[in-house]
Design a binder for this molecule. Structure first.
Ligand code: GUN
Length: 293
């Protein structure tokens, strides 16, 4: 029997916990944690993600505001907007939704954030702390993957974990997170990327296989060991004329074939996606706490 890991259910539990934390924070401090989201341009997927984040914040009592910025904003103007938010005490967390338009250097903008407000964990200081084994803000998707493994009772300690993808948002920080000492970690991690000669040779060794390449069908059944746990981080929109929207979401894993071999697998949608949102909420509460100290 293959377990279908429900990110929706685990995320609901995290939301309830965060709601309690927000309430306790408000009782102690007399104000609510706040998140500002900077959304540049009209990318439909980004708008959809941000709407989900806003809704989740509202549900748990986090004050949230989204700044919709035109795609033709220049880098100095955007840096100025971030700087204003850095100085605004209402917002303890700032999230700059990625990707940014090509004419803007995302690293420059992210490194202009107050690192104590960087709830995405992408500022060099936060990425550095994670790499030193002293995490402060960890990107929400890796945190969500780790939380899913813990909640499902999957043994990570000593496990062979193979991650396909080396992005700053997922692959790299997840590798660092899972190689730390502690609960839901202490794994032996291999990271595969476009320079890896034989990806399947690595993935077939994995007790836990994480697909985070952002390319549909990156992981096929022949690449998976019997009984492996498969976590699908990918979300791609593919055309589907049978849907009213004209598209459907698909992950990086050939779900139907891989589920026959895996002991547990996450679906897309309803797997890692809701966990990313849930862990962002945790990071906003952490940011508010750090700034109150
Ligand atoms: N774009 C896709 N995922 C993310 C995320 O987790 N954070 C930000 N800032 N942008 C994203």
């Amino acid at each position: 029997m293959t377990t279908r890991i429900s990110g929706n259910e685990i995320a609901k539990k995290v939301h309830e916990e965060v709601e309690q934390k927000v309430r306790r924070f408000e009782e102690a401090h007399g104000y609510s944690p706040g998140l500002a989201v900077v959304l540049v341009g009209n990318d439909p997927a980004s708008h959809s993600y941000v709407r989900r984040k806003e809704r989740a914040c509202e549900e748990v009592g986090i004050v949230t505001e989204t700044l919709n910025i035109s795609a033709d904003v220049n880098a100095d103007e955007l840096a100025g907007i971030v700087d204003e938010l850095n100085r605004d005490d209402c917002y303890h967390g700032i999230l700059v939704q990625l990707p940014l338009p090509d004419h803007i250097d995302a690293d420059d903008i992210i490194n202009g954030l107050d690192p104590l407000k960087d709830v995405d964990g992408l500022h060099s200081q936060n990425a550095g702390l994670l790499s030193l084994g002293r995490p402060r803000f960890v990107p929400a998707t890796p945190l969500g993957v780790q939380r899913m493994l813990i909640e499902e009772g999957i043994e990570v300690n000593g496990a062979e974990v193979v991650i396909v993808g080396r992005s700053s948002l997922v692959g790299r920080p997840l590798a660092l997170l899972l190689t730390q000492r502690g609960r839901g970690a202490n794994a032996t991690v291999t990271m595969c990327h476009t320079g890896t000669r034989d990806v399947g040779a690595h993935t077939r060794r994995a007790d836990i296989l994480v697909a985070a390449a952002g390319v549909p069908d990156t992981v096929t059944a022949d690449m998976v060991k019997d009984g492996a746990v498969v976590i699908d981080v990918g979300v791609s929109r593919v055309e589907d004329s049978s849907r009213r929207s004209g598209y459907r979401l698909t992950g990086d894993v050939d779900y139907e074939a891989v589920k026959e071999k895996a002991s547990a697998i996450t679906p897309v949608p309803g797997g890692v996606g809701p966990m990313t949102v849930a862990m962002l909420l945790e990071n906003v509460v952490l940011a508010a706490k750090l700034q109150s100290e």
